[in-house]
Design a protein. Structure first.
Lengths: 144, 117
């Protein structure tokens, strides 16, 4: 088991558009302080913002957990529902179930999950309808 | 091109005069879908959007953009401007359309965000 340098949990409230992005900004600051490479930092920033927005738009609330070890940054999102009935469909670029409020703010392009996968070195998603969704993304510090 | 050059070029009003004017602008872009911008945004970008809420600043800050330009005289809400100042994201306001702003930037040699364009 690798040595854990940082482990921090950020709660994200459902529907909190006003504060959306604050967890991602805090994560970015922490990683910057650690001297994480700017390319890796940008990829983590994009993915963390997307996953944070997903919690705000789609979930009934959840948490984002940041873990850093000497090899990689890991972001883990867990929520308490409603879950994704068809993950393959949700992973398709352009497919979105965002509501009118989210769309009026410029979200709901159906780019969130594909964008996370594109930016992460490893991407795992598990979801159960009525229970919740968890997403774990790894970002290798060597940029691979 | 610096932020100062961009302001001179567009005649836009600088809504964040506290921020440095020597920031380098790398490319220009326009889009109002924030998720799309998260996928295609670039560092140092000058991003034109009619969206004015706080999440615009969050996206611009996370992507380390040089500036957000709000076209057609649309005002940005004060809380968004406050956040922009906090996060160090320059906000410019212009009476011109997004099209006219893009044309000005392109004519002055500012590249697109995609090298293949």
């Amino acid at each position: 088991m690798s040595q854990v340098l940082i482990r921090e949990v950020f709660p994200v409230a459902a529907g909190a558009y006003e504060t959306a992005g604050e967890a991602s900004a805090a994560i970015k600051r922490k990683l910057k302080q650690l001297g994480v490479d700017s390319g890796v930092l940008r990829r983590v920033s994009v993915a963390s913002y997307e996953v944070e927005l997903n919690l705000v738009i789609h979930s009934m609330g959840g948490t984002l957990t940041l873990t850093v070890d000497p090899q990689q940054v890991t972001l883990c999102s867990k929520d308490v529902g409603p879950g994704i009935p068809d993950i393959d469909k949700a992973m398709t670029e352009g497919y979105s179930t965002a509501n009118e409020e989210a769309r009026s703010l410029g979200f709901g392009a159906g780019m969130g999950l594909p964008n996370m996968k594109r930016n992460a070195s490893t991407f795992e998603i598990q979801s159960q309808a009525g229970v919740g969704t968890s997403i774990t993304m790894g970002f290798r510090l060597d940029g691979k | 091109m610096t932020l100062e050059d961009l302001i001179a070029l567009t005649g836009a009003q600088n809504m964040t005069p506290e921020l440095p004017l020597d920031t380098q602008v790398s490319c220009g872009y326009t889009c109002d879908l924030l998720s799309w911008v998260m996928a295609h945004g670039k560092q140092g970008m000058a991003w034109i959007t009619v969206q004015t809420h706080m999440n615009v600043i969050a996206v611009a800050s996370l992507m380390e953009m040089a500036a957000v330009i709000i076209p057609e005289g649309i005002p940005m809400e004060e809380p968004s401007l406050e956040k922009a100042r906090e996060e160090g994201v320059a906000v410019l306001q212009s009476d011109k359309t997004a099209f006219a702003l893009c044309a000005l930037m392109a004519q002055s040699g500012l590249p697109s965000s995609r090298p293949e364009d």
